[in-house]
Design a protein. Structure first.
Lengths: 256, 186
């Protein structure tokens, strides 16, 4: 049953301006960034490894933002369009709905990733880092985005409103991204270091730094960044599970 | 003891005390003078030119022409933007901004070498400066000029086909999907 929801969402997104506009906007951002970075590299201002690191951060950052905005409305729109009631009259279970919508959101991430591949190829030419670059962007992006989408789905089930879900999701995303803008002096602060260990966005960026700048490409060498990400993924799944339980208890029509 | 003899003794004692207390200062002053005979030369051409993004090597030589060792020698580059009349931060220009040499023995000659990246177009002057222990005056080499011409490359790393091609390709794909859907509905 989840496949029906998944294919329906993907088909809808591909046949509307909205769905394709995301991909077009992300391609424009990648074009601008890679052109700017390669021009800078030509002037020897930037090592190629740092260039790849910056581009990988842009790819994952743009993807998380777009998928988060899309995921904020993918469930709540069913309540706002009042299609949720008719949806649950069918033999569809909540877990099928959530799984179908989760796969639809991850498909959007997959589409953004496919758009990013030519940029990854052209910027990593001659560095020998293409596989590490493309592989870790896929792995870290998938882990981070899956976890983020599950958090957003949980918020959607609790709020049942696009506006509130979107606002909360963006605030969470902003809070997690702020340390990425900290200077090196601030990141040396013990409090910032602790926050960096538990922050999934920080772990994604640190792992990319480890792979692309420090050439530590094996999974074992990135385990200290992957483990917190996996724990965040599990915590997000647990949060979604509890939100789903509460949703089922309250019913489709909420009795306040 | 006559008054004149007393005055003479006081005068001799005064001179002796002054000599005693002033000797370290004199010795230090001699050391300052002695540490000065270091010569720094830039061996590269007086004018180096290239395009932004190029690398050049600035070679120099440090020589102790005195009879005593010169200690705590630190050398660094001084780069000045002649058009903007401003010193330039070497951050992007050279990985090695300064070098600590330590002690230079009498008559010793040391080679100096810096790899410089031409980062930005313009006219620049560069000199090697040396600080030595106990010397208030830095030593400086002659000046070499950099003439950096701008780099105009519209397609760095063959990125242009990708940077323009992908957004255009996506627009075409969307137009095709939209067209197919319109045909289907009609």
């Amino acid at each position: 049953m989840f496949k029906y929801i998944w294919f329906k969402e993907v088909k809808e997104s591909l046949s509307t301006w909205k769905g394709m506009l995301w991909l077009f906007v992300s391609s424009l951002i990648f074009s601008f960034t890679s052109y700017l970075l390669l021009t800078d590299k030509e002037l020897s201002l930037l090592d190629q490894t740092e260039l790849l690191w910056l581009l990988s951060k842009v790819i994952i950052g743009v993807a998380i933002l777009i998928v988060a905005i899309d995921a904020s409305s993918i469930i709540t729109s069913e309540f706002e369009k009042e299609t949720a009631e008719s949806l649950f009259i069918t033999p569809l279970k909540l877990k099928d709905l959530l799984l179908g919508k989760l796969l639809a959101s991850l498909t959007l991430w997959g589409q953004i990733y496919i758009v990013a591949v030519p940029y990854m190829v052209v910027t990593s030419m001659g560095s020998g880092l293409l596989w590490g670059f493309a592989g870790y962007v896929a792995l870290l992006g998938s882990l981070g985005i899956t976890a983020m989408v599950m958090v957003i789905f949980a918020i959607s089930l609790l709020y049942r409103s696009s506006k509130n879900t979107l606002t909360t999701s963006l605030i969470i995303l902003l809070a997690l991204s702020i340390p990425a803008f900290f200077s090196s002096t601030l990141t040396n602060n013990p409090m910032a270091q602790f926050f960096g260990v538990v922050n999934p966005v920080d772990n994604i960026f640190s792992s990319l730094d480890n792979v692309l700048v420090d050439y530590h490409q094996s999974l074992l060498q990135n385990w200290n960044y992957l483990l917190p990400l996996l724990l965040f993924l599990i915590a997000s799944a647990v949060f979604m599970f509890f939100a789903a339980k509460r949703f089922q208890k309250e019913g489709v029509i909420k009795n306040d | 003891m006559t008054n004149a003899k007393l005055k003479l003794i006081i005068l001799i004692l005064g001179v002796a005390i002054m000599t005693l207390f002033s000797s370290p200062a004199r010795a230090s002053s001699q050391a300052v003078t002695a540490s000065a005979p270091l010569t720094i030369q830039i061996l590269s051409a007086q004018t180096l030119s290239g395009t932004a993004g190029d690398f050049v090597t600035v070679e120099g030589q440090l020589q102790n022409t005195s009879q005593i060792p010169v200690t705590d020698v630190t050398i660094y580059l001084s780069l000045v933007d002649l058009q903007n009349k401003l010193p330039v931060d070497l951050e992007d220009w050279s990985a090695e901004k300064g070098q600590y040499i330590g002690s230079v023995d009498p008559g010793q000659t040391l080679p100096l070498r810096w790899k410089i990246h031409f980062v930005k177009a313009g006219d620049y002057s560069i000199a090697i400066v040396a600080d030595t222990g106990g010397n208030n005056m830095p030593l400086i080499s002659t000046i070499t000029h950099f003439q950096v011409s701008p780099k105009r490359n519209l397609n760095p790393g063959q990125v242009l086909p990708v940077a323009f091609g992908i957004p255009v390709l996506l627009l075409l794909l969307f137009a095709f999907l939209n067209y197919r859907q319109t045909i289907k509905h009609s």
